[in-house]
Ligand binder design. Structure first.
Ligand SMILES: [Zn+2]
Length: 452
């Protein structure tokens, strides 16, 4: 049987390395990109389908490297609107502990749908809440990923250091180490795909140094190595956390990371703000990745990630929206724009370009997730694409299309393709009734807060 061929013809602009001319467009064959055409060129073989892209800016599908989907149920909740991390967490834990599988299903649908509409094709979620009745949390999320046709690296989070052991989370939200390790193994064996173009992968992700024991951190590193899966956690987010590590373990965060066998290129860390020069060097030498989450860092007033020094040291840098209780949007284009502005405050205008933040949101995040088959437009890579139109008032009068996406604030893709399949058309997710979803999700959010 002939492969299906699609020509994304003559786009307004394409996000490619500077020396490459893609003005003739891209050819998609089945799930992959098979040709990148310079101006005036035509596909080498006839195509079944031609998409006139003269009004579209084409990006590789964006990749979100850090999120907590369940938090879409607690967006803009007044008691924590003005709180920094630790009190914010302490107030929210008891609410989150009431999560149900149905509520998580709705929350994951909302978060992923919102990301997909913003041009995101691959997501990573960090789910660490497994109170009684929530043992199947990742199974619930796998269902939603399949339903929306996105790609996901779902990380099996964990907490086993409760208040009674000197940790931060309440006792009824934690699990014992054996349960965590057994479930991690079950999920890897059941869902983790290793082939090129994988749709679902599993990673292991203890929540943070202040909610997990040293032994469990070590055991999980061993398990990840044994089964060759990614490791993820929060690190260097706030000064409170640094003080906690000093007090509890007698060392700084990166020393602790090394102490538990995590300082490696298998690991990526959310936030990565409070590192000194020596720590940045060590993270870079190890190839440990950092997921920059600018909006969350601004909302909780946590600090500014030293992205330029980290990249110069050799650490991959990607982008994440973080959970919706601290962002509160799941829009990766919006996040890229915020990254540009926040990082310019630290490094000036010339170093932080629209291209650089778009690279973080694509190839950078792909590296964090350990993937070589996505994150850029190149022959042989997966056909994950986000096509934006510049036809709203906010773009009127703009000149350079790629800069306009970031500077004028593009928030919604017109079309999105994942592995050669269209998932968004005319800005709407194909096959999803978002009005009905919102009615159910709002009811679940109200019930969670009310404690029903
Ligand atoms: Zn987070």
């Amino acid at each position: 049987m002939c492969a299906a061929r699609i020509w994304i013809k003559n786009p307004l602009a394409v996000f490619l390395p500077e020396q490459l001319d893609g003005r003739g467009g891209l050819v998609i064959e089945d799930s992959r990109i098979s040709e990148i055409l310079p101006l005036g060129a035509s596909p080498s073989q006839p195509c079944d389908n031609v998409v006139d892209a003269r009004d579209h800016v084409v990006l590789p599908g964006l990749i979100n490297a850090h999120h907590h989907f369940y938090q879409t149920l607690t967006r803009a909740w007044l008691p924590v609107v003005n709180q920094p991390l630790f009190p914010w967490l302490k107030t929210l834990y008891p609410v989150w502990a009431r999560l149900t599988p149905e509520a998580l299903h709705l929350a994951s649908q909302v978060a992923m749908a919102e990301l997909l509409q913003s041009g995101c094709t691959t997501v990573s979620d960090h789910h660490y809440l497994f109170p009684q009745g929530m043992e199947q949390s990742l199974d619930v999320q796998v269902e939603v990923v399949q339903q929306l046709g996105m790609r996901a690296l779902l990380t099996r989070g964990s907490m086993n250091l409760g208040e009674e052991q000197g940790g931060l989370p309440p006792q009824h939200t934690i699990q014992d180490a054996d349960t965590i390790l057994q479930d991690s193994l079950r999920l890897i064996q059941r869902y983790h795909q290793r082939h090129d173009g994988a749709q679902i992968q599993i990673g292991l992700a203890p929540c943070s140094p202040f909610s997990v024991t040293t032994d469990l951190m070590r055991e999980i590193a061993r398990q990840a190595q044994q089964h060759d899966v990614r490791l993820h956690t929060h690190l260097g987010e706030t000064l409170d956390e640094e003080a906690f590590c000093q007090q509890t373990f007698g060392m700084r965060t990166v020393d602790y990371l090394e102490h538990v066998g995590w300082l490696s290129d298998r690991t990526w860390l959310a936030h990565g703000i409070h590192f000194n020069d020596d720590e940045i060097k060590r993270l870079g030498a190890a190839g440990t990745g950092i997921c920059h989450c600018p909006v969350s860092n601004m909302r909780l007033a946590s600090g500014i990630c030293p992205t330029v020094e980290l990249e110069a040291a050799g650490a991959p840098v990607g982008l994440g929206v973080d959970g919706s209780a601290s962002n509160d949007a799941s829009n990766l284009m919006y996040e890229a724009r915020q990254a540009l502005y926040l990082q310019r405050l630290r490094y000036g205008a010339q170093q932080i370009t629209p291209q650089r933040v778009l690279r973080w949101a694509t190839a950078g995040s792909a590296r964090l997730l350990g993937r070589r088959d996505i994150g850029e437009l190149a022959v042989g890579k997966q056909a994950d694409l986000a096509l934006f139109k510049l036809d709203e008032l906010r773009f009127s009068g703009s000149h350079d299309p790629l800069s306009a996406l970031i500077l004028c604030g593009a928030e919604r893709a017109d079309k999105v393709m994942v592995g050669g399949e269209w998932r968004v058309s005319d800005g709407e997710i194909i096959g999803l009734d978002s009005e009905t979803l919102m009615v159910k999700h709002r009811a679940a959010a109200r019930a969670l807060i009310a404690g029903m």
